[in-house]
Design a protein around this ligand. Structure first.
Ligand SMILES: Nc1ncnc2c1ncn2[C@@H]1O[C@H](COP(=O)(O)OP(=O)(O)OP(=O)(O)O)[C@@H](O)[C@H]1O
Ligand SMILES: [Mg+2]
Length: 487
């Protein structure tokens, strides 16, 4: 039987960089193939080449035997390919139902005549992906997992034979990953060919029939999930070891005033309450994790602390109340947030983004910090002159973290830093945090739903649930005392 998707000798250069190098693989009907590899190894580029969003320099892409390499995206879509992007891109002025309908009717003329039939199909797709209850809502009001569902619905709206799914699990909880996996299995059952990229290694291994592993644009391994995960090269360049619970001697704690004191903070978005009387205190030098599911209020809490959203209650940093200060002033005082949304300057290079972070330092001190950050994330040095918007998902995340560290914060807030990072990079990040803890008096506030990463890096943990702090304590007590839903 011919494969639904056949890729042969695919190569893509960006200037001097060969992002994809002579890659060949195929995906048959009813098969899910996992595509794994470290950040920047070329996975998303392969998907974009198949979809026609980027044009290959050389190589062939066949859909059911038909050569489509070099075709425009809309023709490739019509030939039966759908792509679920790494980042959700909904139309914000349209409801969920309308977003799905527009995906059903890509040709603008037809949009004017969206008949009953189209509405019914859109509803059916929404039901299939679990969006039936939010059809009339606007994307901005949806929880993260629902946004990903909508993205998936849009990609499969026209029933593509070949489904490309780029990081469906990033930012989802274990339960949501299970949901999504079930959904992706239905494509297999329907006889589609699925290509799946994700850094959630367990999630991928549980779902796929085969894995294709890349590094620096090239194939490094191929086979069953078990074989590939055991492969020497894959272990070295991608998987790394386990994140260790570093033995972390408690820092001498004193009764001195807390560095950060959040007292009875509430935040409303219109009528919706995003934070309800939240209080927490962090002493100088402490590492504190706030864990909670998507939508629990972590980002709102961090944005309130950073001066980005108005709140009731009081927030004090180094014994000074922050209310009324601008986000820029607060950052200059040493309270720096690395936001979940990254907020990089897309048209500026990696180096320029970093230099912006270091602009208040002497050139010597800045260069020293930059070197340390480049040794921490070597790929950033290699991509030094590249525009931030062209970086891979994980490279952007590394740059956002590096830029925050460039500012030599006293208090560093990391909002979901693990999002989109390969296992080896998590290990690097983990070690970097330990180094900072042991060599500086930095204080860290870490927001995560990835408890495996949050716990080893915490002296103390707060659990945020539906806008409220529901538990506080030592990380080793979380498992038995707080909700098992988090683990
Ligand atoms: N338009 C572009 N110009 C220059 N370089 C690019 C461009 N697009 C991608 N790259 C580079 O090509 C490499 C491969 O990028 P790609 O997005 O395919 O990686 P990836 O495997 O999907 O990584 P991640 O897991 O981090 O998402 C990266 O190093 C990236 O910086
Ligand atoms: Mg990618």
């Amino acid at each position: 039987m011919t494969a639904l998707l056949e890729v042969e000798g695919l190569t893509k250069r960006f200037g001097g960089l060969v992002a994809v190098k002579d890659v060949s693989f195929s995906v048959r009907s009813g098969e899910i193939v996992g595509l794994i590899g470290p950040n920047g190894s070329g996975k998303s580029t392969v998907m974009k080449l198949v979809m026609g969003i980027e044009k290959p320099n050389t190589g062939s892409v066949r859909i059911e035997g038909e050569e489509v390499a070099g075709w425009p995206t809309h023709r490739i879509a019509r030939a039966g390919v759908g792509l679920v992007f790494q980042h959700s891109r909904p139309l914000h002025r349209q409801t969920v139902l309308e977003n799905i309908m527009l995906a059903l009717l890509p040709d603008s003329l037809l949009r004017l005549r969206a008949g009953r039939e189209v509405v019914e199909r859109a509803r059916a797709i929404a039901r299939r992906v679990g969006l039936a209850n939010v059809l009339d809502r606007f994307p901005a009001t949806l929880p993260f997992a629902d946004l990903r569902r909508m993205e998936l619905a849009r990609a499969v709206a026209r029933d593509p034979k070949v489904v490309l799914v780029d990081e469906p699990f990033a930012g989802l909880t274990a339960a949501e990953v299970a949901d999504f996996s079930a959904l992706i299995r239905t494509f297999r059952e329907a006889g589609h060919a699925v290509l799946l990229v994700d850094h959630n290694v367990k999630g991928v291994a549980a779902l796929v029939d085969r894995i294709f592993a890349m590094y620096l644009g090239e194939r490094i391994a191929e086979g069953s999930a078990e074989e590939v995960m055991r492969d020497e090269t894959v272990r070295r360049v991608y998987l790394g070891g386990e994140i260790a619970h570093a033995s972390r001697p408690a820092r001498a704690t004193t009764d001195e005033a807390p560095l950060l004191e959040v007292s009875d903070v509430s935040v409303f978005y219109g009528k919706a309450q995003a934070l309800e009387n939240v209080s927490l205190r962090i002493r100088k030098g402490e590492f504190v994790s706030v864990v909670g599911l998507n939508g629990a209020g972590k980002t709102t809490l961090f944005n309130a602390i950073s001066g980005l959203v108005p709140y009731q209650g009081s927030i004090a940093f180094a014994a000074r109340r922050l209310a009324g200060r601008s986000a820029a002033t607060i950052a200059r005082q040493g309270l720096v947030q690395c936001p979940e949304s990254r907020e990089l300057f897309g048209d500026m290079t990696v180096r320029e983004n970093l230099e912006l972070g270091g602009q208040h330092q002497s050139p010597g001190s800045m260069a020293e910090r930059r070197d340390w950050l480049y040794s921490l994330f070597p790929i950033l040095r290699e991509r030094e002159g590249q525009a931030a918007r062209t970086l891979s998902g994980g490279e952007q995340q590394m740059l956002a973290i590096a830029r925050a560290l460039m500012m030599r914060p006293q208090l560093l807030i990391l909002d979901e830093p693990t999002l989109g990072l390969a296992p080896v990079i998590l290990e690097l990040l983990s070690r970097a945090l330990e180094t900072l803890r042991n060599t500086t008096d930095i204080t860290v506030l870490l927001g995560e739903q990835n408890v495996t990463f949050a716990l080893p890096h915490a002296d103390r943990v707060y659990v945020l649930e539906h806008a409220r702090i529901v538990w506080e304590g030592a990380p080793d007590r979380l498992a038995e005392e707080a909700g098992a839903g988090l683990l």
